[in-house]
Design a protein around this ligand. Structure first.
Ligand SMILES: Nc1ncnc2c1ncn2[C@@H]1O[C@H](COP(=O)(O)OP(=O)(O)OP(=O)(O)O)[C@@H](O)[C@H]1O
Ligand SMILES: [Mg+2]
Length: 432
């Protein structure tokens, strides 16, 4: 184990430097070997335990290879951490002085996490803890600035930008056009906007019925954006606070303050167009209140209700630059591709029999059918998902949607769908 080798080295070093002084070995904070912290925390700094930090000496350590981890942010590099071995020196008001023998190292080639240990006199643990805390504080603001994804209105679990582009199954030219739009904007467009003295802010809308893959597409676009060194700001109205302009405002502040190009994702844009906030959202889209990030900001908004947007936004040129309609499954080829994807290793050619029934459905329907069929098979202790299981699953899902629709249609007159978020929305009809 690497940490044992670190401790062994440190105790040998301790014996040479402080042969008569007892010590304790402790797990230490990896931030103490970060050069940013070492640069910021100057000798003379007062610490808890009536002590002062006096400086550091870099030590040769056969088991630690000093190496730095730089993360790239656009064109600049940011130091994330460095491994190394040091003697940190401290003096105490009562005339005592002591050292902390410290070493940090990467555990193995795969792990990005630094492991650090320290040896120090047991009665100086509080001073050392204060020093570690100071190092962590010196480093953390930078790491925070480096965050790739900012989620407004929810926690990290609301949005996971790890979806791979190939897992989104949609007509290839649609995907290609969307991706090209983003790349052309960030690579060439931003400069053109600037030449025209316009804030580089482009606005795209993904419109489609529920479950067609809009959120998934946003996540896949976000992954690509992050890989390109851009920052993602994700706004969700689905937490308790709902869709409020205050969230959009916070998002725009994040976009403006970012020192990097930003992909701004606003899910269910239509929900922000209720009476109180409508004018302000339109101002943002019109450019009156739009963010000015010189590196460029691309808005990717989604909606289930293009007709709501249609009236207020789409008919006026310039409010949205492009609308991409994300379709339900258009043909049998697309349906089979989706079904194969979700049946994975359980796919067998007999499943082809249900393919025609999937045309016109959203991707989420296929995923549910496949999942449910696999569960039915498992429940029946069958190792194979036969056509019967799949057909039973498709049938039950279709039945469920039909009865939901009937229920919604019946409820309509007494006011379902009149909550603030969905005010004015037509009821969901997957076949529309
Ligand atoms: N085009 C697709 N390709 C692959 N999987 C899909 C696709 N569409 C939907 N799915 C599956 O269905 C799930 C739900 O889709 P998603 O949440 O992206 O739909 P959505 O269009 O955002 O729906 P909503 O409008 O209700 O927010 C996805 O996580 C994915 O598993
Ligand atoms: Mg969605």
């Amino acid at each position: 184990m690497q940490y044992e080798r670190l401790v062994n080295w440190a105790s040998e070093t301790w014996q040479q430097r402080w042969p008569d002084r007892p010590y304790v070995a402790v797990w230490a904070s990896a931030e103490c070997s970060n050069r940013i912290a070492q640069h910021q925390i100057k000798p003379g700094r007062r610490l808890r335990g009536k002590a002062r930090y006096e400086g550091l000496e870099q030590l040769d350590c056969s088991v630690v290879v000093p190496i730095s981890d730089y993360g790239s942010r656009g064109r600049s590099a940011v130091l994330m951490g460095s491994a190394g071995a040091y003697a940190f020196q401290f003096s105490v008001e009562d005339g005592d002085s002591f050292e902390v023998i410290y070493a940090s190292s990467y555990f193995d080639d795969d792990a990005r996490d630094l492991t650090a240990i320290a040896l120090l006199p047991e009665d100086r643990l509080d001073t050392w803890a204060a020093f570690e805390y100071a190092c962590a504080r010196a480093v953390r603001p930078r790491i925070r600035r480096r965050r790739d994804v900012y989620i407004i209105g929810g926690t990290d679990s609301f949005f996971d930008p790890t979806v791979s582009w190939d897992d989104v199954i949609l007509p290839p030219d649609l995907k290609q056009n969307l991706l090209e739009d983003m790349e052309a904007f960030f690579n060439e467009g931003v400069e053109i906007y600037q030449q025209l003295k316009l804030a580089p802010f482009r606005k795209l809308l993904l419109a489609g019925v529920p479950g067609t893959g809009k959120t998934m597409l946003c996540a896949a676009m976000a992954k690509i954006a992050i890989d390109q060194g851009r920052i993602v700001v994700y706004v969700s109205g689905s937490d308790r606070d709902g869709a409020s302009f205050e969230k959009i405002q916070r998002a725009l502040q994040a976009v403006t303050a970012a020192h990097y190009p930003v992909l701004l994702i606003v899910e269910e844009l239509d929900a922000y167009l209720h009476e109180d906030d409508k004018a302000r959202v339109l101002n943002v889209l019109d450019g009156v209140e739009s963010p000015n990030n010189p590196q460029g900001a691309l808005l990717l908004a989604t909606t289930n209700y293009p007709e709501v947007i249609d009236e207020r936004i789409a008919r006026r040129p310039g409010r949205l630059d492009r609308i991409f309609v994300i379709p339900t499954i258009e043909d049998e080829h697309h349906a089979e591709q989706m079904l194969r994807h979700y049946m994975a290793e359980q796919w067998s050619d007999e499943h082809q029999a249900v393919v025609s029934q999937l045309v016109g459905q959203p991707g989420a329907f296929v995923r549910e059918s496949a999942l449910h069929a696999r569960m039915l098979a498992a429940h029946a202790h069958s190792t194979q998902v036969t056509l019967d299981f799949l057909q039973a699953s498709v049938d039950s899902l279709l039945r469920q949607i039909r009865s939901n629709n009937e229920f919604l249609a019946r409820r309509q007159p007494i006011g379902l769908n009149t909550g603030s978020k969905s005010a004015g929305k037509p009821p969901f009809n997957p076949r529309r």
